[in-house]
Design a binder for this molecule. Sequence first.
Ligand code: SF4
Length: 593
Amino acid sequence: MIRDHFRVLVVDLNTGRGSVALVDGRDSVAGGSGLAAHLFMKYGKPDRPWNDPEQPLIFAIGPLTGYFPLMSKTVCAFKSPYHDQYAESHGGGRSALSLRFADLDALVITGRATRPSCISVGSRHLEVKEVHYLWGKDLYTTGKMLRSMFKGAGHRSILRIGPAGENGSAFACINVDSYRHFGRLGGGTVMGSKNLKGIVINGDGSFPLNGSKEYPKLFQDVYTKLTDTDMMSKYHDIGTPINMAVLNEVKMLPIRNLQRTTDPGISEITGEKFAELALLRNAACAGCPVGCIHIGFVREKFHSDYQYLYRQVSYDHEPIFAVGSMLSVENCFAVLSIIDVAEKVGLDIMSAGVALAWATEATEKGLISEKETIISLSFGDSEAYKQALQHLGQATNEFYRLLGQGTLKAAERYGGKDYACVLGQEMAGYATGEVYFASQALGLRHSHLDSGGYSYDQKETGKDPAKAVDFLVKDEQGRVLLTSMVACLFARGVYSDALLADCLKSVGYGTLADTLGQVSKNIQHLRWKTRIATGYRPEDVTIPKRFLEITTGKGPMDGAYLSSLKEQYAKAIRGLAAPGAAEAAPAKKSGTS
Ligand code: SF4
C-alpha cells in the first residue's frame, strides 16, 4: 500500500489491546532501519532499562516490500539485554511479506502480559491469547502447536522463542518460520520479558498494484538482474558456507577460539562438503527467487533396530564457523546436530558457539572445570557441546547464567578476558584483519554486515586509518539505505541507489526517490543518535588481546593500526550522532552500493 505516512499497529500487552497509529516521516526515514529508530525515539524510553515493560519491541518493513524481489527482511529493534542499549536485528522468512499483506508498515509491542501469551495480528484482527501451556516448550514443539492453533498457512509468519528467551539469556533469538532468525543481541529475551512466547502475523489482506506503466517492465528487469548474475550461483548453489574454504585458504577463518586462522581439518566442514553429504533442499524467504537457505538433516536412532528419525536444520557460513571451526568440530553432521540443539533451546548460534569456544579454552587453562561447566568441555567434542548448549539455554547454574549474559561478563568473573572473542558482541566468522575488527567492535549492530570492513581488509594493502574509517562511514551510509528498504544485503550489488530510486518512482514514492542521498544521511544520523541516547560510548570499546595475536594471509596484526582505527572510528561515530550531522555529511555517490 503506497502512503505518505506509516501505518503502525501498537499493541499494549498490559491491556491486551491495540490501536493503529499513523506516523509521519516516510520521506525522511523511508522504512526498515530508519523507521525502527524513528519508532524507538517515539515509543522507547532511552534512559530506562531494557526490561522496563514500557520498552517497545519493534518490527518494521520498507516501502518496496511486496513490490520488488528480495525486499524481504524485517528490522527488529529493541533495547538489548546484552548491553542495555538500542539494538537492531534483521530477519527474513515470511515476516516482511506477512506484515505487508496485513497492511502494516510496522508492529510495535509494549507492556508485559500477566500470563504467557501469544499475539495474532492480521489485516482485520488482533488477538492476544493466553498460552501458559507453551511456556518452557522448545522451539520445535512451540512451532508445531502455534501452526495448529492459528489458521492462515501459506500467508502467515510465525515468530517464536524457546527456553533461552524465557530464562533471560542475552543470546536468545527470535525464530522466524523455522529457518530464519532475529538472531543477535537478545531479542528473544525481550519477548520473554514481556511474557510473549509467539507472534503470528497473518498476511490475509490484499492491495491493488497501482504503480506506473513502467512498473511491470522494471520488475522484470530487476528480477532478471537478480537471477541472471553470478549472485544466483553464489548464494543458491553452495550458499554462504562457500566462505569456509575460501577464508581457510587465505588464513582468515577463526578456528579453535581464534587460536588459528587456517587448519586442514576444515576440509570436512566446507560448504562443498555440506552440499555433497548433508544438503536436503533449498528454501527461500517470501518474495525471493534466489533461495539461499540451505537445509540439511540430522538423523537420530530412536530404537536399536535401525529405526531413525530425522530433522531438517538450516545452515549458513556463520553457524558452521561458530560451532564448527571455532569449536574444532570437524564433521558436517556433528555440526548440524549442534545447530539443532541451539535451535531447540532458542539460542543465537553465533554468540553461543563463540561463548563455548572461550569456555573450552578457559577449561584447558584451568580457570574453570566441570564444577562450573557440569560436563567436561574439550575442542572437537560435539556431544559435550550439545549438552553445554542445553545448559546455556536453560541457564542451569550460575556459570551458564552468567555466560549467557555475554562471554566478557563470564570472563570478568572467572578470568580469561584476553581470549574472549568479543567485538561488541561475540565475533562473526571473519578474521580478516584490523579494519573488520574495528568495524564489528564499534559498529551499530556489532554485525559483520554493518559495513564491508571484511572486504576492505582483503582488498586494501595500505594502512591509512583515515581512509579506512571514511570507507566504513560511507559504506554504512549505503547499507542503511538498503536496510531501510529492507533489501536483503545479498542483493546489494544489484540494488544501486539509482535502481532503488527507479523502483520507488515506479510505485509512487517520487519524493523519496528524489532525495535518497539526504535520506540515507538522515537515517545514519538517526540510528547513531538513538544508540548514543541509550548510553553507547564508542570510545570505551575494547578489543581483546587475542585479536592481536593472530596472523592472517596478510601477516601479523598491527596493534598501532588497530588502535588508530578504533580511535578515529569512535570520533567519526560521535560526529555522525551530533546535531546537524545529517546536513553536514557528504552524501554517498548515487549508483554505488
Ligand atoms: S537471498 Fe537468502 S536471505 Fe536473502 S532474501 Fe533470498 S532467501 Fe532470504
